[in-house]
Design a protein around this ligand. Structure first.
Ligand code: GSH
Length: 234
């Protein structure tokens, strides 16, 4: 059986970089279909031709013999699909069923639990930065701070404390003391939490070391080069 054509619908400054990293780590040949965000930061309409939601990443698998295409949206689902179909020797999965379940858990956890408070913090920061005359700017700032204080800041802390502890219990990684799909998927939201100033790096030393260590692999560099060739900034 011939291997299918694998295409990544990649949007700049998005969650899609992780899919390149995942595929590079598994040494899977793939094509990149690039999309560029507009001035409004949204994806171009052409992405909706791939999947109606018009979001990236989307993985496309094309059977070379029949031409039949399968469209796989949603980062966690893409990771699950790739592990199931392209990682038979469990390079980024795990032979131990309990450990494999833990990896699966993180594939759901990323968008289900970690991204929501991060997204709220991000929207609140945009609201605070948006130009508005006084006293509107003052009131918006007050309301944003209140929502952050009552919900998203505490919830983000809850999530980061959990991850910090898991990394310490699992010898520097999320599962089984070695790089897995879980680490690659969580790399982006955890990096964002600190880069956007929603959490202080010095309060999470294990996450900082983890973040550096997981990127010390050839697959990160090769994926980065591919993304940079398309204009990505790191
Ligand atoms: N839950 C989805 C989220 C996909 C998503 O929102 N992607 C963003 C980039 S990180 C996007 O395509 N944004 C473009 C837009 O909103 O127009 C996933 O994990 O893949």
């Amino acid at each position: 059986m011939t291997s299918p054509i694998v295409r990544v619908h990649w949007l700049n400054e998005s969650r899609a970089f992780r899919v390149l990293w995942l595929l590079d780590h598994l040494k899977i040949d793939y094509e990149i279909v690039p999309y560029k965000r507009g001035a409004d930061k949204r994806a171009p309409e052409s992405l909706k031709k791939v999947h109606p939601l018009g979001r990236s990443p989307v993985l496309e698998i094309e059977d070379r013999e029949t031409g039949k295409k399968k469209i796989i949206p949603e980062s966690g689902f893409i990771f699950q699909y790739v592990l199931q179909h392209f990682d038979k020797s469990k390079i980024l999965g795990n032979d131990d069923p309990d450990k494999a379940d833990q990896i699966q858990y993180y594939l759901f956890y990323s968008e289900g639990s970690l991204q929501p408070p991060l997204m709220i913090e991000f929207i609140l920061s945009l609201a605070k930065e948006s130009p508005a005359p006084f006293p509107v700017s003052y009131l918006v700032g007050k309301v944003a701070d209140k929502i952050s204080e009552k919900y998203s800041k505490g919830e983000l802390k809850n999530q980061l404390d959990f991850i910090e502890n898991e990394i310490s219990k699992n010898n520097g990684y999320l599962v089984d003391g070695k790089l897995s799909a879980a680490d690659i998927l969580l790399s982006l939201p955890l990096q964002m939490a600190f880069a956007r100033g929603f959490a202080k790096a010095e309060e999470y030393p294990n996450i900082q070391v983890w973040s550096k260590n997981i990127k010390a692999v050839d697959s990160f560099e090769s994926a980065k080069e591919k993304a940079e060739a398309l204009g990505a900034k790191f």
